[in-house]
Design a protein around this ligand. Structure first.
Ligand code: BV8
Ligand code: ZN
Length: 258
């Protein structure tokens, strides 16, 4: 099913996007919840951005956790349970193929905390908002992978018995400095930034698109619909990433690497 743009502009858009990727020696990718939608995971804006009638921005905050840690853990334990039921989709897998073509000159920057890129086989993944597959202690340096196994309603640290929290970045919290600076560097040094399945509303992540422009990189957007970033991108491919990305990567893969 080709997205609703005219046959010719669709073909032209794909060819132009493929030519930007083929001309690049370094590529960076920025993904959002949209790339996991076809795996069956809800997006933020998809649910109208609401949780138990509250704005996600009000549940995923240190203040909300201090006020009602049970409610915040209900939010994350449900997302972990949903994650246990899903698999990466063709969009995730296409980015694995793209990474194979660019090797170390490739960085996958994700806002997603679902770990599906790594589950698909992606290697150089920068989780700028953390992961719900990890938990960390609110008091001691204890941090551990717990995958998607069910957790108690209010998990406690096995070292110091303090409250555990999901190892994610909440609103009004700083992003992990090392991972963020590696993400910024990858965008500053790339010739092409591929932006997939993000509403480009949350900062500083969305700011990476402007950073790419400032450094004369080509920007390709893949989304079901236009976003605040669409006006500024070089090519906007409107369609489901699980369909668009395999087609785009197929066209890049045919050309010999630079
Ligand atoms: C911070 C982890 C310093 C937790 C997340 C500048 C301007 C305005 C506001 C700010 C600013 N700077 C800072 C802020 C405040 C805030 C912010 O950006 N607020 C927004 C709401 C305006 N940023 C912060 O708080 C950041 N920290 O700045 O610290 C500070 C300190 C004190 C006080 C102030 C500042 C921290 C931000 C990170 C928060 N954590 N996630 C968790 O996941 O629970 S953000 C979370 O929401 C996601 O990680 C992601 O980043 C965002 C959701 O966006 P998307 O992933 O894009 O998903 P969405 O549903 O919105 O869109 C899906 C898209 O996919 C749609 O476009 C849809 O069309 C498309 N789609 C759907 N299906 C498909 C598809 N596309 C293709 N194929 C499909 N099949
Ligand atoms: Zn502890």
């Amino acid at each position: 099913m080709h997205p609703h743009v005219g046959e010719s502009d669709w073909e032209e858009g794909l060819e132009q996007a493929a030519s930007f990727l083929k001309a690049a020696s370094r590529v960076a990718v920025l993904t959002g919840a949209g790339i996991s939608a076809e795996s069956g995971l809800a997006t933020f804006r998809g649910q109208g951005g609401l949780w138990e009638g509250q704005r996600v921005e009000d549940v995923a905050t240190p203040r909300a956790f201090a006020r009602d840690p049970r409610q915040v853990w209900r939010f994350y334990n449900l997302r972990r349970a949903n994650l246990a039921e899903v698999q990466p989709n063709a969009g995730h897998r296409a980015l694995v193929d793209l990474e194979q073509r660019f090797g170390d000159d490739f960085a996958l920057i994700t806002q997603n905390v679902d770990g599906l890129h790594q589950a698909a086989g992606s290697v150089n993944v920068l989780e700028i908002h953390g992961s719900i597959r990890r938990v960390r202690c609110t008091e001691c340096p204890y941090i551990v992978e717990r995958g998607v196994e069910a957790l108690p309603d209010l998990p406690h640290c096995e070292k110091c018995n303090s409250l555990l929290r999901p190892d994610v970045v909440w609103f009004e919290e700083m992003l992990p400095a090392t991972i963020w600076s590696r993400a910024e560097l990858a965008v500053v040094r790339c010739q092409c930034l591929l932006v997939v399945g993000t509403s480009a509303m949350v900062y500083p992540a969305a700011g990476l698109i402007a950073t790419a422009h400032e450094h004369k990189a080509r920007v390709i957007e893949v989304n079901l619909q236009a976003t605040p970033a669409t006006q500024g991108v070089d090519v906007s491919l409107l369609g489901p990433s699980g369909t668009v990305l395999p087609e785009l990567v197929r066209r890049v893969a045919t050309a010999p690497p630079l």
